[in-house]
Design a protein around this ligand. Sequence first.
Ligand code: PDD
Length: 273
Amino acid sequence: PDVYLNGRFLPLDQAQVSVLDRGFLFADGVYEVIPVYGGRMLRWSEHWRRLEASLAGIRMAPPLSMDELENALQRLIDGEHDQYVYLQITRGYAGKRDHALPAQYQPTVFAMCSPIVSFDRAAGIKAVVLDDIRWKLCHIKSIALLGNILLRQEAVDQGAAEAILARDGLVTEAAAANVFALLDGVLVTPPKGPELLPGITRDLILEIAQENGIAAREGDISLDVLRSAEEIWVTSSTREIVPVIELDGKPVGNGQAGAAWRRMDALYQDFKA
Ligand code: PDD
């Protein structure tokens, strides 16, 4: 299958980038992950807006217009099966290595499609709480993911599938997902801010809750409160809504996917269909 690189559609093994690309040297770039169902990108305009915000956050202008990019990505999507678009824009090649931003540069725009592998979400996952060691601009979808990588691996080393992160005793998000907790029957997710990525799935869940009369709000979640939550979910474009059934080795609720998750998952599946 072809990939997209700087205006061209190429076989993967022919898509090449300079070792002087600032994405390679500095992780100087941003990305998006957009789920595709039935050949259609889910919430494309929301993903575009977040991409614009990420680029602005690293002082870059979008190298393509919204329509140009949509057309390119749409051409890349192959078939009707569940897949996701990975899109990465780096500051590209700019001559010699220098931390300060180059006056002129040629951005690198790369995109590929990968299948979304379905898994048994209802079985739930184990998670551990870890200190959020990342930087202070987590609202930018930066390709610099070393913090996220090390945190996820620490979770895996502890026999869990995901790390739920906390800064100053408050939940921010997970290593690669947002977090929801069911507290006294109300769905709560941390408010947007520089501590977390404004997840498209997160926003969609709040919207679905609103439309269906499900009590939900944005609010701080302390670790104490998290540990007494009736349900905990992690949410992302690729994994959708996943119930956390065990936190730091202790069962969440009755240790099984909860009724609120079941309802929201059904509504989400309807929405994306
Ligand atoms: N990650 N927070 C972080 C740190 C993430 O990496 C992600 C998604 C999310 C959820 O955002 P969204 O609902 O827009 O997917 C939150 C993607 C899937 C990834 O890095 O592969």
